[in-house]
Design a protein around this ligand. Structure first.
Ligand SMILES: NC(=O)c1ccc[n+]([C@@H]2O[C@H](COP(=O)([O-])OP(=O)(O)OC[C@H]3O[C@@H](n4cnc5c(N)ncnc54)[C@H](OP(=O)(O)O)[C@@H]3O)[C@@H](O)[C@H]2O)c1
Length: 321
């Protein structure tokens, strides 16, 4: 099979097209013929070696496709089923082996391209609004990188829950994407101090819930932007890992800080399907839309990752296979 292989960590040029043996499913596994793979910022952390993986590896943690073969004891899916998955490396390829218990059946009205855009970013938006701070109507929620893959979905989800959404973005074009997704206020945090801007928007009260996947350039300021008894979830580090801080500094405003990782919230099949269904329900009801702005063939994985890494994308990027 054709697959992207990484034999050493580094810049996007380490993503090389290779010919690898097609794997065969073992007990409890399914071989999925992939149709589309989703790109995610975690792919960059893994490619550069910030998140360590044994070499060589095929990148990619999200894809959709058709079950080609199943191993012994598989009950969850059968050959020919349309499926999607996350939390299994190797999706930049024509085939991938996935534990059958991790496969999400794709509804007929969801295309393969949409299916590759849902499992990682969609379920992340879901747990970030349902597992930590419970958003109430007219709460102020601050979403960093609001035009990005997760950010744009979060904007829509928080609006659906009745929040007043403040999004940060780096450019005017991205501001329009965040507004189109429903953001009430958009701050260009590369040009304007987002703490001062949020204080102005909230009449000095501060923000109820801050959802931060940017890290280094935002986290320390989040502590200022939050309201008294406010909540912050740090779930990523697109600008680099957040600077260390003194835990006691949370006391001054009685802040609550959460750390988020999707993979802790899809540990059972029941939980996985509950979260996937919440995403499908939002899409069916019409309040959640996907925006697949960039499609590249598998061979151009390096170009696709470079675009994501260099901050040139909005919404979702997928590889077509
Ligand atoms: N923990 C979890 O469960 C989980 C799951 C999924 C994603 N994540 C995290 O969520 C964040 C967003 O992921 P995504 O896949 O949806 O990516 P994305 O938001 O589509 O892309 C990252 C965005 O971060 C912003 N950014 C700010 N400073 C940056 C910098 N120095 N370099 C590059 N980008 C910068 C950019 O938006 P602007 O140009 O508008 O600033 C950029 O478009 C990432 O940190 C990712 O690791 C975490």
């Amino acid at each position: 099979m054709k697959a992207i292989q990484v034999t050493k960590t580094g810049d996007a040029s380490v993503l090389e097209l290779a010919e690898l043996p097609t794997p065969q499913p073992g007990r409890g596994e399914a071989l999925v013929r992939l149709k589309a793979a989703g790109l995610n910022f975690i792919d960059i952390y893994i490619r550069t070696g910030r998140y360590e993986r044994p070499l060589p590896f095929t990148p990619g943690l999200e894809a959709s496709g058709i079950v080609e073969a199943v191993g012994p004891d598989v009950t969850e899916v059968k050959v020919g089923d349309r499926v999607a998955y996350t939390d299994q490396m190797g999706s930049y390829a024509e085939y991938n082996l996935v534990k059958a218990s991790q496969l999400i059946p794709l509804p007929d009205n969801v295309s393969f391209e949409e299916g590759a855009a849902i499992p990682l970013q969609g379920m992340t938006a879901e747990y970030l609004v349902n597992e930590f701070y419970h958003i109430k109507k007219d709460d102020y929620v601050l979403i960093h990188a609001a035009a990005g893959g997760v950010g744009r979905l979060l904007v829509q989800w928080c609006k659906h829950l009745g929040a007043i959404v403040i999004g940060t973005v780096s450019t005017q074009d991205k501001a329009q994407v965040a507004k189109n997704a429903g953001a009430d206020h958009v701050i260009l945090y590369t040009q304007e101090d987002f703490v001062a801007a949020t204080k102005k928007i909230t009449a000095d009260k501060g923000v109820d819930y801050i959802i931060d996947g940017v890290g280094k350039s935002t986290f320390t300021k989040d502590l200022d932007a939050a309201r008294v008894c406010g909540h912050i979830c740090l779930f990523g580090s697109a600008s680099g890992p957040a600077d260390p801080f003194a835990p006691n500094s949370l006391q001054a405003k009685s802040l609550t800080l959460y750390g988020g990782s999707l993979f802790n919230f899809i540990l059972t099949r029941e939980e996985l399907l509950k979260r996937a269904n919440a995403v499908f329900n939002g899409i069916n009801a019409g309040w959640l839309t996907l925006k697949i702005d960039y499609k590249y063939p598998l061979e151009q994985a390096a170009k696709a990752q470079q675009m994501l890494e260099e901050r040139q994308t909005t919404g979702k990027i997928i590889l077509t296979i």
